[in-house]
Design a protein around this ligand. Sequence first.
Ligand code: SF4
Length: 344
Amino acid sequence: MKVESGKTNLLGMTLEQLQELCATEGFPRFTAKQLCDWLYRKRVDSIDAMTNLSLAQRARLNEMAYIGHDFPANCQLSRDGTKKYLFPVLDGQYIEAVYIPDDDRATLCVSCQVGCKMGCRFCVTGQQGFHGNLAAGDILNQLFAIPEFELLTNVVFMGMGEPMDNLDAVLAATRVLTAPWGLGWSPKRITVSTVGILPGLRRFLDESQCHLAVSLHNPVAPERQQMMPVQKAYPLADVLALLRQYDWSGQRRLSFEYTMFRGLNDDLGHAAKLVDALRGLDCRVNLIRFHESPEAPFKTSMPTAIKTFQDYLNRNGIVCTLRASRGQDIDAACGLLAGKNKTS
Ligand code: SF4
């Protein structure tokens, strides 16, 4: 990500933050709106291009700020049209964003951290440890820097990192995407995922209208804890209790991600426990075929097991879909590509 030492990255700043900056610099208040227009509607990559700012304002901004646009270092194209973009960050690390075109939509899966602290055992990113947070501008740059930006219909925060562990940046990025002074997208176009960090989740639910996807993966607490250490600090039961306090019958959608692991969580006993756990919640379950990798000691479920599991949920009142596996030939599993390109 582009960093200019001692300077402020304007990309990712909210209207309120830009108003504060303008007040500090003695600029008129309306300059903040002009800055938003240049940064988020016109998406210029240089302060000099902001031609309705005075020359003195541009000179001062150039002294103390920059626009953190940065190009991807690499792009891999899958046979199915999925593209993985790799962005360099500090210290030889990379983050990735995955562009997934579909019949009627085009989704970008973005990262919010360099690595991750959560340590989910099936996740390559989780095994790489945590190397730092991305700023809101670093998150937005993943959208703005790809040639498909104008085609995007949806953004999902399901790449590297746990969004609730870097919530200030995630909320700022989603505000830029949805605010009238930003891109003006509907929050329905954005889904934020979480393993269930309760303090962050509570704040997210209070402050955002974006869709939520909870990584569930196993309804049996001790088994889930084996795969997802977060279960110890924030048990699934507490996460579900919090989710039940909110209304999910309106625009905002609640879904649960459930990766199918052969012999671990894919039998009818687990399906029945999942139905019990989610009873009464207005939600859907997305089943995901596990993308096997040499780094993770798990196998993907047999197709018949997946079908039986899915049918059971649908018969028992839970809308359950199977997410198509995309980009397998380019290591589309979370964190795989960035892990392979890491230089330190
Ligand atoms: Fe982190 Fe998500 Fe990987 Fe878990 S699955 S380690 S939360 S990136």
